[in-house]
Design a protein around this ligand. Structure first.
Ligand code: PMP
Length: 408
């Protein structure tokens, strides 16, 4: 056998399979009550509106010019860029369409930001815990992650200050102010003001990732960070949770000074986001469709969130576990009683008929092995009730030493 002629780049050596994808393999047993996934509910996908929009878009043009099937501008479709600017304007941020770059999901936005802003060894500040997909997107640029002390309201001002006193100036802090993945937590108004004050004082730019902001169940979240420091914030948004993730449509809003570099990185990556998908979405949302559609998603997910909070309170009461009370989004974050380990508890949970995601991969620094993430959006209230009962049974068994999952 000859030796492989391929030599990997150092950055490829840093790439890892998503820890979650590996974990999800054991949760994919038929019949399992699956709270591990991060998928929106397919019942919210607007199939009829999409079908009509596809037909309308395909009917556009002629043999001379078929814009939906032709190469398109790297910046994105003007109608969508205008929609994003107007939408953020409603939330108090002054954005012009020229600042909007349409991307292949907000995940591509994370990749472009990393390429444009990170060198090997650059410091990046992240929340504790943080979105695993962002760690994956940033890692190939070989930065150094520092986990900022965080509580139920996200990063704390003192945690930020502490990190800013250490070492080299970070390139940016990556923040998820609304209904965070994985924890479900939200930065309240006071916390946003404190965080902005520290970042402005130290000229620390922010990458604000907001795919869940529209999924609020009690009241809309406070204005985005972008509205408070326009030149210091790169904002990422997505159509994945309000229309459908398979469209792969997201966007980056960047200060004018940075926009050209992100655009060049986008051009190099894929020339442009699928023009057909952009035109279909522009057609779907043209007449205010989202103002009617998104409230139906909110109503559905709110019922499921309430069912999960009620079931957790009922079944885990008195066991010493704690969990978040998300005001929106898709996830609840549970911390198991002392001495338990979510990763080692998972096989017993799957055996008992339910699955969750252990929390450890969501930490850039020291992991909290007692944590786990539950998604409430793809199960019915009856399934949620049964699933939480099953979770409680394996927690009880582990605590009494009759099941796996004990040990730090
Ligand atoms: N950011 C966060 C916090 C997410 O949870 C996700 C999706 N799981 C993304 C970004 C990427 O979403 P998309 O690429 O579908 O817009």
């Amino acid at each position: 056998m000859t030796q492989s002629p391929w030599q990997l780049a150092a950055r490829a050596e840093t790439m890892n399979p998503s820890a979650i994808r590996e974990i999800l393999k054991i949760t994919e047993r038929p019949g399992i009550l699956n709270f591990a996934g991060g998928l929106p509910s397919p019942e919210t996908f607007p199939v009829d509106a999409m079908r009509a929009a596809c037909a309308a878009v395909l009917a556009e043009g002629s043999a001379v010019a078929r814009p939906s099937l032709q190469y398109a501008a790297s910046e994105g479709l003007p109608e969508l860029r205008q929609w994003v600017a107007a939408e953020l304007g409603r939330q108090g941020a002054r954005v012009v369409p020229e600042q909007v770059l349409i991307t292949n999901g907000s995940q591509q936005g994370l990749d472009l930001v990393a390429k444009v802003l990170l060198d090997a060894g650059s410091r990046v500040l992240v929340e504790t815990p943080t979105y695993l997909g962002a760690l994956q997107a940033f890692t190939p640029m070989q930065p150094r992650f520092d986990s900022v002390d965080s509580d139920d309201g996200g990063v704390t001002a003192s945690g930020l200050r502490e990190q800013l006193q250490k070492g080299e100036r970070p390139r940016f802090v990556y923040l998820l102010p609304n209904f965070q993945n994985p924890s479900g937590r939200t930065q309240d108004e006071a916390r946003r003001q404190q965080v902005i004050a520290v970042c402005r004082e130290h000229a620390l730019p922010m990458v604000e990732d907001n795919p869940y902001g529209e999924l609020w169940y009690d009241q809309p979240p406070p204005a985005p960070l972008l509205a408070r420091w326009p030149e210091g914030v790169i904002y990422l948004g997505s159509f994945s949770k309000i229309l459908a993730p398979g469209l792969r449509l997201g966007y980056v809003v960047a200060p004018p000074s940075l926009y050209p570099k992100l655009l060049q990185a986008k051009q190099a990556a894929d020339l442009h986001t699928a023009g057909f998908n952009q035109r279909v979405v522009a057609e779907v949302i043209r007449d205010g469709f989202l103002d009617r559609h998104v409230p139906t998603i909110r109503a559905r997910y709110k019922t499921q969130r309430d069912a999960m909070l009620a079931a957790l309170a009922h079944h885990l009461d008195g066991l010493g576990a704690v969990w978040t009370q998300p005001a929106g989004g898709m996830f609840i974050w549970v911390r198991l009683p002392e001495g338990l380990n979510a990763q080692t508890l998972l096989p017993a949970a799957v055996e008992a008929g339910m699955a969750f995601v252990p929390g450890a991969p969501f930490f850039a620094g020291q992991s909290d092995v007692r944590t786990l993430r539950l998604s409430f959006v793809t199960s019915t209230p009856a399934q949620i009730e049964r699933g939480m009962a099953a979770l409680a049974s394996v927690v009880r068994a582990a605590m009494s030493g009759t099941g796996s999952g004990s040990g730090a």
